[in-house]
Unconditional design. Structure first.
Length: 232
C-alpha cells in the first residue's frame, strides 16, 4: 500500500492559514474543571464575571517556521501580560482558555426590568448586539433566569430582529423568536458565545489578581496536542 505524505510546504501553509488574520481572546475561568472535551457552553458558563473583567486580546506576531527536526510547522509563542483595572475588582481564576473569532466584552448584565414578556424582547440601551450574535444566559448568585417556551439554561441562542435598544432571541439556525413567559429575578448575564474554542490550560492552584497586579503567561501552540495542532 502506498504511503501518503503531505508536502512540508502544505503543512506550513495549513498552520499559517489556521492562525493568521484571526482574532484571538484569552478567557479566564473559575475553579470549574474543563477538559478538551468541554463544550462551548461549559467554558463560557464557567467564565469569571467580576466588575471590570474583559477578555484579553492575543496577537500572534509572524508566521512561524517549519521545524525539520520535529516535522511540523511551529507558530510563534505569544506572550501576554494582563491585570485587573485599577477601578475594578479582583479576579480569581485557575483555568484559562483561548477563543477565536469572538468578542472582547464577555457579557451584558441584565435584570428582570430588561425582560419584556409582552413583546418577547430584551431591552438594553445601546446593547451593541447584531443579528446572528450568539448568547448564553447565566444567573448570578441568588438570581433566577427568565423562562420561555424553550429552555434558557445551558442553551445557546442567537440574536434576531435587533434594534439599537432591544432584540429578540431565536434558536441557533432559525429566525422564529422564542416566547418569553417570565422575567426572572435578580441579576443575570447574557454571555457572548460567538467564536470557537482553541486551547486551554489549568494552573496548579487558584490565582487571585488584585487591581493593577500583573499576570504573565505564554501560549506555546507547538506544545499543544503535539503532532496534531501543527501538523506532522
Amino acid at each position: 500500500m502506498p504511503q501518503y505524505t503531505f508536502f512540508n510546504t502544505w503543512i506550513s501553509q495549513s498552520a499559517i492559514n489556521l492562525y493568521k488574520n484571526r482574532k484571538f481572546f484569552l478567557c479566564l475561568v473559575n475553579t470549574t474543571t474543563l477538559t478538551r472535551l468541554s463544550s462551548l457552553i461549559d467554558c463560557i458558563t464557567a467564565e469569571i464575571a467580576p466588575l471590570g473583567y474583559n477578555r484579553i486580546p492575543v496577537n500572534i506576531a509572524g508566521d512561524g517556521a517549519y521545524n525539520s527536526n520535529t516535522n511540523r510547522h511551529e507558530m510563534p509563542t505569544p506572550s501576554i501580560t494582563f491585570s485587573p483595572d485599577l477601578n475594578g475588582a479582583s479576579w480569581q481564576f485557575q483555568t484559562l482558555f483561548l477563543m477565536e473569532q469572538t468578542q472582547g466584552s464577555p457579557a451584558l448584565i441584565l435584570t428582570s426590568a430588561n425582560i419584556n414578556t409582552s413583546t418577547d424582547r430584551i431591552t438594553l440601551n445601546n446593547h451593541g448586539k447584531a443579528n446572528g450574535d450568539k448568547l448564553i444566559f447565566t444567573p448570578d448568585p441568588l438570581a433566577t433566569l427568565f423562562t420561555a417556551d424553550q429552555p434558557i439554561t445551558s442553551t445557546i441562542y442567537q440574536v434576531v430582529n435587533t434594534t439599537v435598544n432591544d432584540f429578540q432571541l431565536a434558536p441557533v439556525g432559525t429566525s422564529t423568536p422564542i416566547n418569553i413567559q417570565t422575567s426572572g429575578s435578580g441579576t443575570f448575564r447574557a454571555r457572548n458565545a460567538n467564536g470557537n474554542l482553541v486551547l486551554l490550560w489549568t494552573e496548579d492552584q487558584q490565582i487571585t489578581l488584585f487591581p493593577g497586579q500583573p499576570y504573565n503567561c505564554q501560549i506555546p501552540f507547538n506544545l499543544a496536542n503535539i503532532g496534531n495542532v501543527n501538523g506532522i
